[in-house]
Write a protein that binds this ligand. Structure first.
Ligand SMILES: C[S@@+](CC[C@H](N)C(=O)[O-])C[C@H]1O[C@@H](n2cnc3c(N)ncnc32)[C@H](O)[C@@H]1O
Length: 420
């Protein structure tokens, strides 16, 4: 870890890789893979953050993830029996995070699965396609739509209202939605694959549930410590974050993933929104925003100002999105500082990007924001992202690839730590 003394002169490009943060010691549990989620970080980041903080700090008793995504930190905190608080603006993320953080009895899972499947088989499937939400009709063929609607009814009919078990099966349902649609597989841009043969609904659900049952069985210990997972923007005044000893989080990337768009199938099927576009509001890093650039951009710190000024010459709307992102991240730094106990620590995993040869130095911007927010010391190190070493490009359809003609995705990212 290198302490940043003079932010103006500090070069993140020159930071050496610290192998401590590259890999974990144990194999990642299956529970971390029960639902696809973009930009999920490896579970060992939390374990290592706890190890790092415990060595240098008082014992960590509570941990938060202010962009908790699909609950990687939430689940690891539970495994370590440490109190957890997390929030995410994406309701699909918090559904998965909650599902992961609960303990289930294997026999009850098997019993519910059996009765859901038997209900699915014995009841007549109604034709509801004509009255379906137009957006869902766009993604589903008639058969798939009707079967999914039928399956959802069976889950709701056969599992107790508001129970952990209903959550478990709705999470399974959510994860099969893309496979059963014409959504281009593994694409991060919502687009139809005209030649795709959508997966069979019952088979996909059964397979998904079996995987999740095995994943649950693999979890030997899950502590009793409190775990609170909130759906909402971290920056909203109404999102009241408790005081914690440690924050472990990875902020969204700027203009990279539109989480509301990517999870539109789940959010519409699960009744989280009639129009998924409403869920874009408040999402940090989104290209959709409404703010007064002229008035606001004066609030950018030096790093932010320099990058946005260079981008303005290249691409105005991109510059506005990056400026909004930076302004939001400056507020994230302040709110993170205010929720830490004395001697607490905030650990951020963050990567840099590039646009039309303008380097978007997110790590430096964050480090400066943490210093401005009052953190007494800011440290950093670099880690390698193993998966992206093999497929370091994105093709025009948004899929990871080995083709050098694609857009280069960085194979490295930074760990930035702010000490209270
Ligand atoms: C890089 S992902 C976090 C992934 C997470 N570490 C995991 O392992 O699943 C960033 C998350 O920030 C969330 N996000 C974006 N804007 C937010 C906001 N204003 N408040 C809270 N969460 C937000 C996104 O929905 C996304 O889940």
């Amino acid at each position: 870890m290198i302490a940043i003394k003079n932010i103006d002169k500090f070069s993140f490009a020159a930071v050496p890789i610290d192998t401590f943060w590259n890999t974990g010691r144990e194999k990642e549990l299956k529970m971390h893979r029960i639902h696809a989620y973009p930009a999920k970080f490896p579970a060992f980041i939390t374990t290592k953050a706890l190890e790092y903080a415990n060595k240098r700090n008082k014992k960590v008793r509570s941990v938060a993830d202010v962009f908790c995504g699909c609950g990687t930190t939430a689940f690891e905190a539970k495994r370590n029996n440490i109190e957890f608080w997390g929030c995410d603006i994406n309701p699909v993320a918090t559904l998965i995070a909650k599902a992961k953080s609960r303990r289930y009895q294997k026999t009850r899972l098997e019993k519910y699965l059996k009765i859901i499947l038997s209900d699915f088989k014995t009841r007549k499937i109604k034709d509801r396609y004509q009255t379906a939400n137009e957006r869902l009709k766009y993604w589903y063929r008639n058969d798939q739509y009707n079967q999914l609607a039928h399956l959802k009814d069976c889950i709701l009919r056969k599992t107790p209202k508001n129970s952990d078990y209903r959550l478990f099966f709705l999470c399974a349902f959510s994860n099969i939605l893309k496979g059963c649609s014409v959504w281009l597989t593994k694409s991060i841009k919502p687009q139809v694959d005209p030649i795709k043969v959508p997966a069979d609904v019952k088979h996909s659900f059964e397979k998904q549930c079996h995987f999740m049952i095995v994943a649950n069985d693999e979890v030997k210990v899950l502590g009793e410590a409190l775990s609170e997972i909130v759906t909402g923007s971290f920056l909203d005044a109404s999102t009241l974050a408790p005081k914690v000893d440690l924050i472990v989080t990875s902020p969204p990337y700027v203009t990279s993933y539109e989480y509301a768009d990517l999870h539109q199938l789940s959010s519409m099927w699960l009744g989280m929104a009639d129009d998924y576009k409403t869920l874009r509001e408040g999402s940090i890093g989104s290209i959709y925003h409404d703010y007064n650039f002229k008035r606001e951009w004066k609030r950018l710190n030096k790093t932010g100002n320099r990058i946005v000024s260079r981008l303005l010459d290249q691409h105005k709307s991109k510059a506005h999105s990056v400026a909004k992102y930076f302004l939001d991240m400056q507020r994230v730094a302040k709110k993170s500082y205010s929720m830490l106990n004395k001697n607490g620590m905030a650990l951020f995993v963050i990567g840099n990007t590039e646009y039309k040869s303008v380097r978007i130095d997110n790590a430096k911007h964050l480090a400066e924001s943490l210093l401005d927010a009052g953190f007494s010391q800011v440290l950093t190190t670099k880690r390698k992202i193993s998966k992206k070493i093999l497929t370091p490009y994105r093709d025009t359809r948004g899929k990871f690839s080995t083709d050098e003609k694609g857009r280069l995705v960085y194979c490295e990212e930074f760990i930035v730590i702010g000490k209270h």
